[in-house]
Design a protein around this ligand. Structure first.
Ligand code: HEC
Length: 483
């Protein structure tokens, strides 16, 4: 023990460690009685970022960023136990980082901690937020499967709509006119060199400014920020009520950070990394590329808005969002901080979170795209296990009708629900529709044998609305169901 102390004294003497680390660790922070746990979101984002750095470096030592080998190398990594966990941690780590940075930004916005003197803290945070989103976007493309490939294409197409620089930007993203090996190299370089360099730099700036300006005190209605007096007031507040960051507040950051890392690890071990889709094949134009969930809501939004507004939504909405983030601390740098005195901030957050949630849900349902993974109808829905109706149900699945049509909750929702088709359509009407197709339904005139067609019609004619009132007969009685 004694010699350890002497070793430390020697080390500290020649490196100045305690002099360098002491003041930042023990700087006073506000003793926020009610909102203490809200203050851990930033450090938790940092914890998730560190997970990304460590697992990312490990992954990059086996990943081959070439269009010929990327796919194979990811399969190889996923086949190894350690590789599987690393890929999983990198994936859930990115999810965690996005969720945490989002919550952190919302917290800071609601408490208006971006006001004087912390405007530049906020602006550096905006860079970190956008950088994090770019990391998520470039990262999923490195999977270089169908999904990743088409996400790159869609991203470039979107950028291509920007006025004036659109064409150049699209070329810049794809590193050429069409996606290929150079595209992958470009995304790899962005994902492991350029964007991380920006993130590291701005994290340093962000943390330095947090120390320089101090952690914001919890807002109070009727106590506006006055530029002339704020700093003086804050310092005397810290002298009176501040507590040293270490250990009084830091343990909460440490504890929550560890929980975040643990959750990431557990998810990686139990759920594993996201599946790698089919290898990219530029000749298959996937009808609906599905990005990872972070961007799913945005894709859903673009699929659902009317065609004429696409250009506007693709270019103007992100632009407005970014301008808002930058203008916020510059325009609203002083005055009331409490959300109670800034009710619009609450409305805006609810609107934003609600909107993203709604379009995300739409994206999960993806009503515009056939659901290729719908399972065959179970017997409980079909009603019988053999005979023409059962054969028809199988044809309904085998010919892909079920990808677009819902029957008793099974199947896609591209076309109308056919759960009660027997009540609504005659056999002849069905034949017409099946033979002639429609705007969004292929024609099956050359594609069904007459046996298949008859079985299919038997099945569809057997689909009826669930009885509104069902009187179940007593056991043994002759069944008399009212229809
Ligand atoms: C790619 C998606 C898709 C596939 C696959 C598909 N349909 Fe359709 N179906 C639609 C759409 C969309 C409509 C609505 C067309 C319209 O009214 O403009 C429709 C309409 C219908 C209708 C009329 C429904 C009504 O309420 O008016 C029937 C019946 C039907 N389809 C049966 C089938 C059968 C049987 C199959 C398989 C052999 C099939 N569909 C395959 C998309 C599809």
């Amino acid at each position: 023990m004694h010699s350890l102390k002497r070793l430390w004294a020697w080390f500290d003497d020649i490196t100045g460690t305690s002099k360098a680390l002491g003041p930042p660790l023990t700087h006073p922070v506000p003793e926020a009685k009610k909102s203490r746990w809200f203050y851990v979101l930033g450090s938790a984002t940092l914890a998730a970022f560190l997970v990304q750095v460590v697992t990312g470096i490990a992954l990059s030592s086996s990943y081959v960023p070439s269009s010929g080998q990327a796919y194979e190398s990811l399969h190889f990594i996923t086949g190894e136990n350690l590789g599987r966990i690393l890929r999983g941690m990198h994936y859930y780590g990115s999810n965690a980082m996005i969720i945490l940075i989002g919550l952190h930004a919302i917290r800071v916005y609601l408490m208006a901690a971006y006001k004087y003197p912390r405007q530049v803290n906020w602006l550096s945070g905006v860079v970190l937020l956008l950088g994090t989103l770019l990391m998520a976007f470039t990262g999923q493309i490195l999977r270089w499967d169908q999904g990743g490939f088409w996400t790159a294409v869609v991203g470039a197409e979107q950028a291509g709509r920007a006025p004036l620089i659109g064409n150049w930007l699209g070329h810049f993203i794809l590193a050429g006119a069409t996606p290929g090996g150079a595209t992958l190299s470009r995304f790899f370089a962005a994902h492991v060199f350029f964007i991380p360099a920006v993130l590291f730099t701005f994290i340093a700036v962000h943390l330095y400014l947090v120390l320089h300006n101090g952690i914001s005190e919890p807002p109070k209605a009727g106590r506006p920020v006055v530029v002339r007096t704020y700093k003086h007031w804050y310092h005397s507040l810290m002298e009176r009520e501040g507590v040293p960051f270490w250990p009084d507040a830091a343990w909460r950051d440490l504890f929550f950070g560890c929980v975040v890392v643990l959750v990431i690890f557990i998810l990686a071990v139990t759920l594993g990394p996201p599946e790698i889709g089919k290898p990219p094949d530029p000749t298959i134009i996937q009808a609906s590329p599905r990005p990872d969930w972070e961007f799913l809501w945005y894709f859903a939004l673009l699929s659902l808005i009317p065609h004429w507004s696409e250009n506007f939504v693709m270019v103007a909405v992100p632009a407005i969002f970014i301008v808002f983030l930058i203008a916020l601390p510059l325009v609203g740098g002083k005055g009331e901080r409490s959300p109670l005195r800034r009710p619009w901030s609450i409305v805006l957050v609810i609107f934003l979170v609600g909107g993203i949630g709604y379009y995300w849900h739409q994206g999960v349902l993806a009503p515009w795209s056939p659901r290729m993974d719908a399972p065959p109808l179970p017997e409980s829905v079909v009603g019988v296990s053999s005979g023409p109706i059962a054969v028809g149900a199988k044809v309904f699945y085998d010919k892909g009708c079920e990808f677009c049509h819902l029957v008793s909750g099974y199947g896609g929702i591209r076309g109308p629900d056919l759960s009660d088709a027997g009540d609504r359509l005659t056999r002849a009407e069905m034949v017409t529709r099946i033979f002639s197709g429609a705007t969004n339904m292929p024609s099956y005139s050359n594609n069904l044998t007459s046996d298949d067609l008859n079985a299919l019609l038997d099945f569809l004619q057997s689909r009826h609305r669930a009885y509104k009132y069902k009187i179940s007969p007593p056991p043994g009685a002759v069944s008399q169901v009212v229809r």
